[in-house]
Design a protein around this ligand. Structure first.
Ligand code: ZN
Length: 214
C-alpha cells in the first residue's frame, strides 16, 4: 500500500499517518524526520539542507526530492509507505510520480485532511509535544489521558515551540499557495480521499479507512 497524507499544518496528519502505518504495517515517512536524519548524517545533501534552513528559506524542490528519493529506495519501503509532509508542491508531486514509476509502484490513495484555516490556528496553539518520545497531543482533538503528561512515556508535555502566531500564519499561507493545488492534482487522478479533519482523531481515522478500503 502506497499512501500520501496531506493537510494544513495542525490538521493531525502526523497522528493519522502513524496509526495507518501501524495498521497496514508500512513505513511512516515524515519529511520532518528525514530532514532531521539528513542533517544528522551531515553528508552533502545534509549540509545543503542545513544551509537552506539556516537562511530561513523554503527547501528547494530539487533538494527535497533527492532526500526523499534516497529514503524511498530503502528496503523497508518496498512493501509500502505513507508519506507525511511530502509532496508539498506540484514540482515535488511530479518528481514523486517519476520515482514511483521507476520503482514500479502506484499510489493507492492520497488522503487529504480538510480543515478550515481558522480552526487550524486555534488548534495549533493548543498543541503539546513530548520531548522524550516525540508523541504529540492536542488539548482539543487528542488530549493526553493525564493532563500535562505523555500517555506513552509519562514525561511532562511542552507546548510546540514553532506554534507562535506568526509562524502559524506563515505556514498556513505557504500551505494555501503551494500545497493546496495538490488536492486538485490528485483528484484528477481519481485517488483522492477528502476527509473532514475537524472531528476527533478516531472519527477521522474511521473515515480514512473507509475511503482506503472502498
Ligand atoms: Zn512521551
Amino acid at each position: 500500500m502506497f499512501l500520501i497524507i496531506m493537510g494544513p499544518p495542525g490538521s493531525g496528519k502526523g497522528t493519522q499517518a502513524k496509526l495507518l502505518a501501524e495498521k497496514y504495517q508500512i513505513s511512516h515517512i515524515s519529511s520532518g524526520d528525514i530532514f532531521r536524519q539528513a542533517m544528522e548524517i551531515n553528508d552533502e545533501l545534509g549540509k545543503e539542507l542545513q544551509l537552506a534552513i539556516n537562511k530561513g528559506q523554503l527547501v528547494p524542490d530539487e533538494l527535497t526530492n533527492k532526500i526523499v528519493e534516497r529514503r524511498l529506495l530503502k528496503d523497508d519501503c518496498h512493501k509500502g509507505f505513507i508519506l507525511d509532509g511530502y509532496p508539498r508542491t506540484i514540482g515535488q508531486a511530479d518528481a514523486l510520480g517519476l520515482l514511483l514509476d521507476k520503482l514500479g509502484c502506484e499510489l493507492t490513495k492520497v488522503i487529504n485532511l480538510d480543515v478550515d484555516s481558522n480552526i487550524i490556528i486555534g488548534r495549533l496553539k493548543k498543541r503539546l509535544l513530548c520531548k522524550q518520545c516525540g508523541a504529540s497531543f492536542n488539548l482539543i482533538t487528542n488530549p493526553p489521558r493525564n493532563e500535562g503528561f505523555c500517555d506513552s512515556c509519562k514525561a511532562y508535555l511542552s507546548v510546540r515551540e514553532d506554534d507562535n502566531d506568526k509562524t502559524v500564519v506563515d505556514r498556513i499561507n505557504i500551505y494555501e499557495e503551494k500545497t493546496k493545488p495538490l488536492i486538485e492534482y490528485y483528484n484528477k487522478k481519481k485517488i483522492l480521499c477528502n476527509i473532514k479533519g475537524d472531528v476527533d482523531v478516531k472519527d477521522a481515522t474511521k473515515a480514512i479507512l473507509a475511503c482506503i478500503e472502498r
